[in-house]
Design a protein around this ligand. Structure first.
Ligand code: HAM
Length: 522
């Protein structure tokens, strides 16, 4: 405005004033540009620091999610992936694994393989045979057996309608939340009742899906080792099942395991007990937690399982089912205890173990670690389950042991699984021409075909980098192929384990055809 004024008025004072305005305008412009530039640079630095910090383990530890179950990554790779080319990129949040679902990464696998090996060993020892059932079943199978009023069926199942069939009917399907219903269905469907009874089956590393709130010890996809014995109600089988489970943890090297057992009666004595329990709770109901007020109507036995502090005194004073068992249930439970003594399982009777699934009768049990009260497993007898599915009366008993929780406990007790097998040989080549690489590929292929675990470096790295990789891989020997080796048709074998020996004694030259024999002899 002043500049325009200057051109019209033309007096000196105003010209001076207008030149000040011009200077101010320039200063403002340059200062503004400087600030914008500075902010831009600060943002770039922050962006760079963010990338850098996500690579630092400590920083990743801080950004770990709250779930403490073994996840494979233990949060290390959160939002940070390494592309095939070695370049680091960031993955969008959208494509992260779902909440409560975990990748089981290679470094976690030794724990899983150890649990698997021990489970198979113990299941075989006790005469159980492996069964695998589909991950997807009709929703009705779980709803009828587990119970319409249970948390699993009411709140936790992953259910959806299947695509319509030719007639336009859709079946409602559910991702398996537990293993017993499918096992009993398979037993009936395949006529296993015609075999010698009991039929003893186990399942292992089977994924189970429950839409629970992820927290310490609780995920939405978990895995179980489970055993089921169908077709005989002998109390010695109850003791066998608990004994097997106790051996499973013992063979894993776990200590401080507590075994809690109870009997929740059967269709003969439990209904009367439930009436007695309801009579006790009726006048106290308004003081109970919201969940218990619902349980009172739907599943009163579960009121004994409530964890709310306000209900603990009422639970302690409540009538316990052990005092109301009918004679056959009492005898059964007494026999289970006698046989458990024979198996030398140190059990404790806990009258508050009622289990969260409807199908249980008589013996129920849970194991926990000494350290916390999180159930490592849960199981019990389910003598009426086959009838619910339309089968004949078929007594059954089983357990499901959570693998994630078992591994969590192993880590807590510092039980380390055997290390993964390291390569015996790592082939290193010096020289960038195709002949060297081909000689290396040939050597590694021959070693593998001969059953020797062998590795080589890819990407034409320097000899130093290849040697570093050989050491990092934990290889026992580096098989070196350089110019003199290629010309002379031999290889140099460097003993990577011979720490402290002189270079001479660490390395030997071997004719190409003797490589396998030399490595096998060690
Ligand atoms: P359950 O008590 O619901 O029983 O589950 C068995 C075990 O699976 C639990 O003790 C726990 O170790 C593990 N588990 C359950 N839910 C989760 C979760 N959200 N996250 C991590 N681990 C979990 C059953 O499933 C019965 N079918 C057991 C059975 C077999 N009864 C008779 N035969």
């Amino acid at each position: 405005m002043y500049i325009a004024c200057n051109s019209i008025v033309g007096n000196r004072e105003e010209t001076c004033y207008n030149s000040h305005a011009l200077v101010r305008l320039f200063v403002t412009y340059f200062f503004g540009a400087f600030i914008v530039n500075l902010v831009y640079r600060i943002l770039r630095v922050l962006q760079w620091m963010q990338k850098l910090f996500l690579r630092i383990p400590l920083f990743n530890e801080l950004s770990k999610d709250t779930n403490t179950l073994p996840s494979g990554s233990d949060g290390k790779y959160k939002s940070n992936i390494i592309t095939g080319g070695g370049e680091r990129t960031f993955m969008t949040e959208q494509f992260k694994a779902l909440q409560g679902f975990k990748d089981i990464l290679p470094e976690e696998q030794p724990y899983w393989r150890m649990v698997e090996r021990v489970a198979i060993e113990v299941a075989n020892l006790y005469g159980y045979r492996r069964l695998e059932t589909p991950i997807l079943e009709e929703t009705a199978l779980f709803a009828r057996t587990t119970g319409e009023g249970t948390d699993i069926v009411e709140k936790e199942m992953y259910s959806f309608d299947d695509r319509a069939d030719k007639e336009g009917h859709r079946t409602n399907l559910t991702l398996r939340p537990e293993g017993t219903a499918g096992t009993v269905r398979a037993y009936l469907e395949h006529g296993m009742f015609q075999l010698a009874q009991p039929v003893k089956l186990y399942y292992l590393n089977e994924p189970m899906f429950r839409h629970e709130k992820p927290q310490a010890g609780r995920v939405r996809e978990h895995h179980q080792f489970g055993c089921e014995a169908l077709g005989d109600g002998d109390p010695a089988i109850d003791a066998e099942m608990i004994g097997l489970l106790y051996d499973f943890y013992a063979h894993l090297g776990l200590k401080h395991i507590r075994v809690f057992i109870n009997s929740i009666g059967d269709g003969n004595c439990r209904p009367q007990y439930i009436e007695i329990l309801k009579d006790y709770y009726r006048p106290l109901l308004s003081e109970c937690c919201q969940d218990c007020q619902v349980r009172f109507h739907k599943n009163p036995l579960r009121m004994l399982d409530c964890k709310e502090p306000q209900d603990q005194a009422k639970i302690a004073a409540a009538p316990k089912i052990g005092d109301y068992l009918c004679e056959p249930c009492r005898e059964h439970f007494a026999a289970v205890q006698r046989f458990l003594n024979v198996y030398e399982v140190p059990y404790e009777i806990d009258p508050l173990i009622v289990r969260g699934l409807d199908y249980y009768t008589r013996t129920v049990f849970e194991f926990t670690s000494d350290i916390d009260k999180l159930a490592l497993n849960g199981g019990g007898r389910y003598d009426g389950l086959a009838e619910i599915l339309g089968g004949a009366h078929t007594p059954g008993i089983g357990f499901g042991a959570g693998i994630e929780r078992t591994i969590q406990e192993m880590k807590r007790q510092k039980i380390t699984p055997p290390e993964e097998e390291r390569p015996l040989a790592f082939v290193v080549y010096f020289g960038k021409t195709p002949e060297y690489k081909e000689a290396a590929v040939r050597a590694v292929a021959e070693l593998r075909h001969a059953g020797i675990k062998a590795e080589m470096a890819y990407g034409d790295r320097s000899a130093k980098s290849q040697m570093k990789q050989a050491n990092n891989a934990g290889a026992a020997y580096a098989v070196l192929i350089g110019e003199k080796e290629l010309d002379g048709d031999f290889v140099t074998i460097k003993d990577l384990r011979a720490e402290g020996l002189g270079t001479e004694s660490k390395q030997v030259e071997v004719r190409r055809e003797e490589l396998m024999g030399h490595l096998k002899r060690g």
